[in-house]
Design a protein around this ligand. Structure first.
Ligand SMILES: NC(=O)C1=CN([C@@H]2O[C@H](COP(=O)(O)OP(=O)(O)OC[C@H]3O[C@@H](n4cnc5c(N)ncnc54)[C@H](OP(=O)(O)O)[C@@H]3O)[C@@H](O)[C@H]2O)C=CC1
Ligand SMILES: O=C(O)CCC(=O)C(=O)O
Ligand SMILES: [Mg+2]
Length: 725
């Protein structure tokens, strides 16, 4: 490590990176006044590919070390968790730019291909967040943001009691039904083996767990999954609804693409039955989606005709983009459950159909562990009508996330079973911790949650409950194996601290209803959840309460003392890039960045005893309030103020707050002329920004744009640029 930075701002992908090109120069200039340097570290998909195959620095590895130190102070923007089609597209773009990197080996044969595939597998899926999240998660709407949403309620789709929208999940044979869980008394190293009629195969060796780790194992039956999917396709047709599948193929990068592939095969079953051998020969990988499949069979007229015949028989599908004919099953990363289900629920239970109209939808979520949350939400709105954002209270979240907790850390121990047999997890002393009888194609996985993160999570929940006085619910199901082990941790800690009466423990379905009832009354509650529900709920409730999860405050108190400040709770909004490239309008809202910045500066102030950092952070809060009060957030429509305008206003309100504070008169004097120049040149700046919109914008790449071209597009006001310096 060369010199340690003060604050690291991550370089990411898509819309948030476009926004950074405009916002970061402003942040750097203001931070300079407190002597704070803002470094960047590249965690973008393109950056990670280049780090794996060229001399591009491995910034993710650097950050992974830094977050384990007390100095860490990271502002983390959302990055792409790549599905295979995205990874492939990024590789092709980099190759076209002249980088000497290998193709993605779909079917690696040579040693070189196998080595390249192994590297690409580490880049695939959610490869960044689990590395950086060395702490538990505290996500909530800042009071000003919540108040703004109540005063300016967004439109919500109406719910009718006879809506046919429903959630469909497996009733047995899924991860929920087959789960076994145990807490380890001492430290242990485990191996995972598959015993079959032909002998024993070691699936994984040397998995080590510290004492007190909760270790789970479970599997999903491939046969039962297939039967379930076929059944739901038929039921959807009978119901006259849209068929939709909601998964997390990005974060759950091993299990969920396989499940997605089963759905693609079920949808086109007659085609796979008839042309299976030919499809294999053409290199079709159903896990990559219908889009890749169609590209591979193009020109094979008989197969194409059979596909069309099957499509005509199937119920209509929920569409990602009806204009372009992109269905739910085209690309595994297009429909991501945490964002897709809340958007559908916000719209009154309606999905988009191929006719560009909104219709009731069957939402297929094969595993039943967490699907009851959406099922119960839908039932609640059918019974009670839509939520009123003007009067609703809020659901905050404290999530068990640190050290790759639970399912989100299960990728290295997830296997598609090659042959029927028994999977055993065996400890070094010979103890068989878990054992499952499995069939060919079943998806078996082990997950774990460590003692220190669990204890930290419970303590964080106690702190938040004390700070707010809110109703606090642990979303844990005593009928689920893993949750029973967690409850055995939670209860004694609450009792020892004398706060057991302040907390409830409820299964996800009951907790969903209780939380919806609470916020409907205008009260607020804290959902204390595991890692998956942390992810799901911090999109679900914000999207209902605030219309978006982009405005969330998202703090990760790192267990070694540092701070990781995530910006919002959503992703990188690929559609926004499309709009920028076509119309030079960026509708990305940086409110999440503003919230994270304030926390990061205030944290720096405390950790490094830097009074100016504290003042900067407080002034960011004032500026954020200004953005809300004066409605300076970006509009969705070209020709209206966009992301760049909102950054101008942010700079102006921030400078004004610094100029008018009296804790540090030198700092005030430094910002007075800046604030004055920003105000005096308002008309000029606003018209320079407006003039940029309306035409296509050239940024020189999608995954790896040209930095200068991007900066030119995102900083079109020379007057503003001169003031910022
Ligand atoms: N923390 C992280 O690193 C995360 C990364 N991701 C990654 O992000 C990508 C997209 O994921 P997806 O599930 O589609 O979720 P997104 O949150 O990116 O998109 C859902 C929709 O939310 C709206 N939205 C999200 N953020 C903003 C914002 N700041 N301002 C305005 N609107 C916003 C947009 O609506 P509209 O189009 O109507 O304007 C957008 O289309 C994937 O590659 C995924 O892997 C996803 C979640 C978290
Ligand atoms: O890492 C990812 O793929 C997604 C993370 C996410 O959705 C979240 O933390 O809310
Ligand atoms: Mg999420």
């Amino acid at each position: 490590m060369s010199t340690t930075p003060d604050i690291v701002y991550t370089t990411v992908d898509e819309a948030p990176e476009l926004a950074s090109a405009s916002l970061l120069p402003i942040v750097r200039r203001f931070a300079l006044a407190a002597g704070i340097s803002i470094d960047t570290k590249d965690i973008s998909l393109a950056g990670r590919i280049l780090a794996a195959f060229t001399d591009h620095p491995d910034d993710l590895a650097w950050l992974g070390d830094w977050v384990k130190t007390p100095e860490a102070n990271v502002i983390k923007l959302p990055n792409i968790s790549a599905s295979v089609p995205q990874l492939d597209a990024a590789i092709k773009e980099l190759q076209a730019q002249g980088f000497d990197i290998p193709d993605y080996p779909y079917d690696p044969q040579t040693d070189a291909e196998k080595a390249a595939r192994a590297k690409y597998d580490t880049i695939k899926g959610s490869a960044v967040n689990p590395v950086l999240r060395e702490g538990n998660s505290d996500r909530r709407a800042a009071p000003a943001v919540k108040k703004f949403a109540q005063n300016n309620p967004h439109c919500m789709g109406d719910w009718s009691s006879d809506s046919k929208t429903r959630v469909a999940s497996m009733e047995d044979g899924d991860f929920f039904s087959n789960e076994a869980s145990a807490t380890l008394d001492g430290a242990a190293t485990a191996k995972i083996v598959l015993e079959t009629a032909n002998g024993e195969t070691v699936l994984k060796d040397g998995v080590s767990y510290p004492a007190g780790t909760v270790v789970d194992a479970t599997y999903m039956s491939a046969d039962k999954l297939d039967a379930f999917l076929m059944d739901e396709i038929e039921k959807t047709k009978a119901d006259g609804t849209l068929f939709s599948l909601h998964m997390k193929a990005t974060m759950m990068k091993v299990s969920d693409p396989i499940i997605f592939g089963h759905a693609v095969k079920a949808w086109l079953k007659p085609v796979f039955d008839k042309h299976g051998a030919k499809l294999d020969e053409l290199g079709v990988d159903p896990n990559g989606g219908l889009g890749a499949l169609l590209a591979k069979v193009e020109g094979h007229d008989e197969i194409m005709a059979d596909i069309e015949a099957v499509r005509a028989e199937r119920p209509p599908m929920y569409m990602v983009n009806s204009d372009k004919g992109i269905t739910n099953l085209h690309v595994p990363s297009d429909v991501i459950i945490d964002a897709s289900m809340p958007a559908l629920i916000r719209d009154g239970g309606k999905g988009w159909g191929a006719d560009n109209g909104q219709h009731d939808t069957t939402c297929v979520i094969p595993d039943s562990s967490y699907a009851p949350v959406y099922d119960e939400t839908i039932k609640f709105f059918k019974e009670n009508g839509k939520l009123d954002p003007a009067t609703a209270g809020t659901v905050q979240n404290i999530g068990l996330m640190a050290q790759k907790a639970e399912e989100y850390g299960s990728h290295p121990t997830t296997f598609e079973i090659p042959e029927a047999g028994t999977v055993k997890m065996v400890l070094e002393d010979g103890t068989v911790l878990h054992s499952h009888t499995v069939g060919k194609g079943d998806i078996w996985r082990a997950a774990s949650a460590r003692k220190a993160p669990i204890e930290d999570w419970v303590n964080l929940a106690i702190d938040r409950q004390r700070a707010t006085g809110y109703r606090a619910i642990f979303w844990l199901d005593e009928n689920r194996a893993h949750d029973r082990e967690l409850i055995a941790y939670v209860k004694p800690i609450l009792e020892a601290k004398g706060v057991a009466d302040k907390f409830e423990i409820m299964a996800p379905r009951e907790a969903t209803r209780a939380s919806l009832e609470t916020i409907t009354k205008g009260d607020s509650t804290i959902a204390i959840t595991g890692n998956v529900l942390r992810d799901y709920l911090t999109d679900l409730f914000p999207i209902l309460e605030l219309a978006t999860s982009a405005k969330m405050l998202s703090i990760v108190k790192l267990m070694q003392g540092g701070g990781l400040f995530e910006t919002g709770a959503g992703g990188s909004a690929p559609k926004h890039v499309q709009q920028l490239v076509e119309q030079n309008h960026l509708r990305w809202d940086s409110l999440g960045e503003f919230c994270a910045l304030a926390e990061s500066f205030k944290f720096f102030g405390e950790a490094r005893d830097n009074a100016r950092a504290r003042i900067l952070g407080e002034a960011v809060e004032t500026a954020t309030q200004g953005i809300l009060d004066h409605d300076r957030s970006p509009s969705r429509k070209v020709g209206e103020p966009d992301n760049r305008d909102s950054h101008y206003w942010f700079a102006r309100y921030w400078a004004e707050a610094l100029a008018s504070q009296s804790d540090d008169t030198d700092l005030a004097a430094e910002f007075k002329p800046i604030a004055a120049a920003l105000a005096e040149n308002e008309d000029k700046i606003v018209s320079e920004l407006a003039a940029a919109q309306g035409q296509p914008a050239e940024i020189g790449g999608y995954y790896h744009p040209d930095a200068d071209k991007r900066a030119a597009v995102m900083r079109p006001s020379s007057t503003l640029n001169e003031i910022i310096g």
